[in-house]
Every structure is written in C-alpha cells, then in structure tokens.
Design a protein around this ligand. Structure first.
Ligand code: SF4
Ligand code: SF4
Ligand code: SF4
Length: 445
C-alpha cells in the first residue's frame, strides 16, 4: 500500500471504541488484536450511517470541554541563554501579569463552559515572581474553580535555578508538577548547570537539541532512562537574531534522528515516557499527536496570555503577526477563538498549502509546521523549511519501518511504542487492504 493510500484509507473508517485487553508480548496476542480490530472496523464500516464520517482538518476536532492556558506570568528571566526565543520580551522592563487579568481569563473560560483547564505557569521565568503573590493567586483560582465546579490542573515550566524549599512547599500545595527544558551533554548554550539533586525534582525534562548535542540523542536517552526521568526533546527554535539553522544543521538533525529512532524503536530496557519520537510516529501514521507543531495549533483550544495581558495562540509571543487580542478588550472568549486574525493566519497556511504543498505526499497529515517559524523565516510566504525537510525525510523512513508490521515484527518493538500504537488503534497496511477489499465487495465498488 502506498503511503497516501494508507493515510487516506482512514477517511472511510468510522470512530470505534476498542477496549479489549491485548497481550502485546506475543505474536499470537498481536495477531488476535489485528483480527479483533479488523472485525470491529468491518462491523462499523459496513454500516452505511457510520461510513459517513465527517473529515476534520488535520485530525483536530474542536472540543470545548478542555483547554490549555500558557500563562507567561512574567517576561523576566534570570538567565540569558543563547538560543532563547523570548529575548525581545526579556529586553523590556520586568512586568508581572496582574491577578485581575488572570482571574478575568479564568472567568471567561468558565463562562464558555470549559470544565477542565490545564494552566501552565510559564515565562520568562515563572519562579522569579513574588512567592506570596503566587500563592494567593493560585489560591484564588483554585477557590473559584471549586465554587464553580470545574477542574483546574496547574503545571509549571521553569529553568529550575530558583527552585528552593519555599517554592517546593507552595508548588506542592497546589499539586503543581514542574517541568524544565535543559541542555543535556554539558552544552554551553544555557550557561547554567542544575545540580543532580535539583534535576531529580522535575517530572519532565525536555532536552533542547542544538548542534552541540544532536549527536548525543541516544546517550542522553540512556542517561534519562538510568535516572528514570521522562525524556523528550525539542529542536531548538530560532529567535529574533537567529534562524534555527544557525543553531542546528537540519541534515545533521535528520541523520541523528534516524539513528535515535532505530535505537529507540527496539529498545526494551527502559519504560520511561518519551514524547518526541512517539509523537512523530503517531503523526506519520495519521494518529493524533500531542505536540503543537504536529497539529494545527491555530485550531486548538490553546491560549497564551503574555505578561502584558495580550493573547496569542503560541507561547512565543515575539512575532507580532501572531498577536490576537488583549484580555482587557474582550468580554467573551469567543472573541479570541473566532477572531478574524486567526482566520487570517489560517489563510496564510492555506496559501502555503496551495502554492507549496499541493502535490506533496504528506499534505494530508502535515500541518506545514510551526506558523511562528514561517513568519521568522519567510514572513509567512513558505512552510517552515526545517519541518518540511524533516517530514519529507522522516515520513518515508517511519512508514517503511512501521507501516506494515506483521505480529512477529510488532512484538519486537519497544514496550512504550507498542503501548502507544495499540492505544491509537494501529492498523498495518495489509489489514487495511483486507478491510478495503471487504468494503469494496459490500458496496460493489
Ligand atoms: S532559561 Fe528559558 S526563558 Fe530564560 S533565557 Fe533561558 S531559554 Fe530563555
Ligand atoms: S506557532 Fe509553532 S510553536 Fe507556537 S503553538 Fe503553533 S506550532 Fe507550536
Ligand atoms: S512536507 Fe513540506 S511540502 Fe509537504 S505538506 Fe509538509 S510543508 Fe508542505
């Protein structure tokens, strides 16, 4: 089955719920999983009503039950990392987002009916704000959520240098796990080191990939596994002074990524969570992938509130074209979600698609990469080149390895990958072909 057919075949598959227990450790267990899943799909697909599944752009299904708020509570950061994308904001005098603006946003989200709000404290450096102020603000937000019967899940992304016992006490009080992005392999980009003791306090560490550590992906994964730290990596972004390529050569990235992928896919020694590769696999196999630049962030329920109260779709608030509206100016959160500026941005993506992507075999799964990056790189004229190059190289590589796995091949995979594939209802190409045949026969095609 060619890649395009593999992906487009999903369009005839209706939603099903599959809750069978699968023994993913034996080839018999996987053969049974394939067979059960095939039967479930056949039952659904041969029902004409179910076959009328509506297609939604880029697998994004608008869902106004949950949302994610990136709260850049201050523009200030106590560090000066070379590759920081937030340099412009940090060059301004320190601002702390007011409690009133935070509460206004929370109330508008509640009014819209969101019943689960994931609130990420972000910056600048979020632990550089006053502790008492932070404690009181979290308390007021938590109290409001309890009184109004919705869930607020806090989370924080910090550089870790200011984390002390007082902060840990406050963060624990509101059940706020702390993630950090960090340079593994002793890079010099960050300009600071965190002690081992401090690193152990983080629930998630994102390794930022630059030219200095791109060759260490496998080794860094091993270090993370040994320390039982969930591992993820982000390719470095550019900033107002530099393009991504100034920090990381795309060809090197792709070649090292392939080596890491080969290692990771068959690594059976570790059960730590890994997000980066798993998300790309999901995307290439046309499954939902929970990383912003693999979906269409413009259609997501994500809002970033900057320390000055301006609202964006993205936590990189340095690109003026991405500014949507000001929290002070709106009385309904739909004024953000349905803002004409979001339509303008979507039109830029559509234009890129029409002019650059129409005949690309990845056009139906690729969301043309990060829109912020296209503004930085080409003023929105071209899809983001690093991402485009990456998908065109990595897409066929992943499809060749994972697109048509027999049960014998499936059982050899890394347990994390197996778990993910089963959770996302993976179907190998040959089972899709069998369903297609039954479908064609039934409808006399
Ligand atoms: S710690 Fe983060 S926010 Fe601060 S300068 Fe470094 S990359 Fe930027
Ligand atoms: S603009 Fe880019 S970085 Fe920002 S949310 Fe969208 S994909 Fe992610
Ligand atoms: S891989 Fe490149 S050309 Fe293909 S759809 Fe994505 S951005 Fe467009």
């Amino acid at each position: 089955m060619k890649y395009n057919d593999y992906v487009e075949f999903d369009n005839i598959l209706p939603e099903i719920s599959f809750n069978k227990v699968v023994d993913e450790t034996t080839k018999e267990g996987i053969a049974e999983y394939y067979s059960l899943l095939k039967n479930e799909y056949l039952t659904a697909v041969l029902n004409p009503e179910a076959a009328n599944k509506e297609l939604l752009e880029c697998n994004n299904k608008p869902n106004f039950a949950e949302c994610e708020i990136i709260c850049k509570v201050t523009n200030f950061c106590n560090q000066r990392c070379k590759y920081c994308f937030d340099k412009n904001n940090q060059a301004k005098p320190k601002i702390v987002l007011s409690k009133e603006k935070i509460m206004k946003l929370l109330k508008l989200l509640h009014k819209k009916g969101f019943h689960r709000i994931e609130w990420v404290w972000h910056g600048g450096e979020c632990l550089s704000v006053d502790k008492k102020w932070f404690d009181e603000t979290c308390f007021e937000m938590w109290k409001y959520s309890k009184e109004n019967n919705f869930e607020i899940i806090f989370n924080a992304q910090t550089n870790g240098t200011l984390l002390d016992d007082e902060w840990i006490f406050i963060l624990d009080k509101y059940n706020i796990p702390v993630g950090t992005s960090y340079d593994w392999s002793g890079q010099s980009n960050r300009g600071y080191e965190l002690s081992k003791e401090k690193l152990s306090k983080f629930y998630f560490i994102i390794s930022v990939i630059t030219e200095e550590n791109v060759k260490n992906l496998i080794n860094d994964f091993k270090i993370a596994s040994k320390n039982k730290v969930p591992f993820s990596f982000n390719f470095v972004f550019g900033n107002s002074e530099h393009q991504t390529e100034d920090f990381l050569n795309t060809t090197n990235l792709i070649s090292e990524y392939k080596k890491y992928l080969d290692y990771f896919l068959y690594n059976n020694d570790s059960m730590i969570t890994e997000r980066s590769v798993v998300a790309v696999i999901n995307k290439i196999l046309n499954r939902p992938a929970d990383v912003c630049n693999l979906g269409n962030c413009l259609l997501s329920n994500r809002i970033c509130i900057n320390s000055d109260g301006k609202l964006y779709k993205c936590d990189d608030t340095n690109i003026q074209e991405m500014y949507i509206c000001d929290i002070e100016e709106i009385e309904d959160i739909d004024e953000f979600f349905y803002n004409p500026k979001i339509h303008q941005l979507l039109n830029i993506k559509k234009k890129q698609f029409k002019e650059k992507c129409l005949y690309c075999e990845f056009s139906s799964i690729c969301c043309k990469g990060c829109i912020n990056c296209t503004f930085r790189e080409s003023k929105g004229e071209e899809p983001y080149s690093v991402y485009c190059h990456f998908i065109k190289e990595i897409g066929p590589y992943i499809y060749e390895k994972l697109g048509n796995l027999t049960p014998e091949e499936f059982v050899k995979l890394n347990p994390i990958v197996k778990q993910q594939l089963i959770e996302k209802l993976y179907l190998p190409a040959y089972i899709k072909e069998e369903i297609q045949k039954a479908y064609d026969e039934y409808y006399n095609i």
